[in-house]
Design a protein. Structure first.
Length: 90
């Protein structure tokens, strides 16, 4: 009988912890219910944000190259020499 009471108490404690972490806390914070089931979608959202960042970096790289080319053409059309980049020392 005593073992049955311990098992009953353990199951009740697990149920209360689940209720607290998956339903009550998300309701109180205004977040979606059952966050343990949303781990996969949050990982996918993180991957999407990373991919968008990579696309933005590529666009900015193209824009920098285009602007540098325009600056070199502008320098040549004005008759002044474009400044050369300093060589990297190792």
């Amino acid at each position: 009988m005593f073992l049955l009471r311990i098992i009953e108490f353990g199951v009740g404690a697990i149920f209360l912890i689940y209720l607290l972490t998956q339903i009550l806390i998300p309701l109180w914070q205004g977040t979606p219910l059952f966050p343990s089931l949303r781990e996969k979608s949050s990982k996918l959202q993180k991957d999407l944000v990373d991919a968008r960042g990579d696309v933005e970096d590529a666009k900015l790289g193209k824009e920098v190259a285009k602007t540098q080319a325009q600056a070199e053409r502008y320098g040549k059309s004005n008759g002044s020499k474009p400044q050369k980049k300093a060589a990297k020392s190792r």
